[in-house]
Design a binder for this molecule. Structure first.
Ligand code: HPA
Length: 270
């Protein structure tokens, strides 16, 4: 694993002129950020040694390096999900590569179903904590103590410092922000009404099929994490609406300008 990470990091470092400080993982329909990047290099996942390949419609498969509001960034334009059949180690491999390249901060974004009754479709939710309902963990197996501890602390999975900064940016630019707890599930089914109800009772505000493995890997490696959900459909108790991938993409697109602005303005303050 370590050898592969080093090989991939070296491959990338030899192809870029910038030194990325922040990594950004773009989820469903949030590709809008891409147009603001002053691109240094863009590489297809399939051309990167040891990298997995993304299979979801609406998710591109390129790694971009460049500057965003003058901050050197590495952007994953398309991410890997557990439901695609990737193992947890495979789908978090890019996080290990980021760490290998010296990146210490990561911004994750995703689409999620809202269960908090105060949420509306296309709201943006800052993830303040998560519940891992995936019944798996990317850190299973022998531990490499040179990378991180066997039993990593998760008392502050999502950086309080960055959340504070983001709330200020939201206020300044008039971007309404929700805060809540994200439940990570395997998918690929959306939830039944009974499942939405159970997850809400368990304490979650939104549910989605990503982010939790990446956050676990990043925290293990000592990276600071900030994550945003776009609420794309609602699973409210006794009023669950039908959900479809098209609807998710449509709602995510609607929230995109706000989300892009938030991340763009937040970056130089990190
Ligand atoms: N459930 C799980 N994942 C999701 C949902 C949902 O309702 N919406 C977008 N991703």
């Amino acid at each position: 694993m370590l050898e592969k990470m080093k090989e991939t990091a070296l491959f990338l470092e030899q192809r870029i002129k910038i030194k990325p400080e922040v990594a950004i993982v773009l989820g469903s329909g949030l590709g809008g950020l891409v147009k603001d990047i002053i691109v240094d290099t863009e590489i297809n996942y399939k051309d990167i040694p040891n990298f997995p390949v993304s299979t979801v419609q609406g998710h591109k498969g390129t790694l971009m390096f460049g500057t965003l509001n003058n901050v050197p960034v590495m952007v994953m334009n398309g991410r890997f999900h557990y439901y695609e059949g990737n193992g947890m180690k495979t789908l978090t491999f890019p996080i290990f590569v980021m760490h290998q390249m010296g990146i210490k901060k990561v911004i994750l974004s995703n689409a999620a179903g809202g269960m908090n009754p105060t949420f509306k479709v296309s709201d943006i939710m800052i993830i303040k904590d998560h519940i891992n309902m995936m019944a798996n963990n990317p850190l299973m197996g022998p531990n490499d103590d040179t990378l991180g501890p066997r039993f990593p602390d998760m008392s502050e999975a999502y950086s309080k410092r960055i959340i504070k900064l983001a709330m200020k940016v939201g206020e300044k630019f008039n971007i309404p922000l929700q805060k809540g707890i994200y439940m990570g599930v395997t998918g690929p089914c959306f939830e039944t009404p009974a499942e939405y109800r159970m997850f809400h009772i368990m304490g979650a505000d939104a549910v989605g099929m990503s982010t939790v493995p990446e956050t676990i890997a990043a925290r293990y490696l000592g990276m600071e994490v900030f994550a945003l959900s776009v609420i794309t459909d609602l699973g409210l108790i006794d009023a669950v609406e039908q959900a479809s991938h098209e609807e998710v993409l449509h709602a995510a697109e609607k929230a995109e300008p706000k989300m892009v602005k938030l991340v763009y303005e937040l970056l130089p303050q990190l």
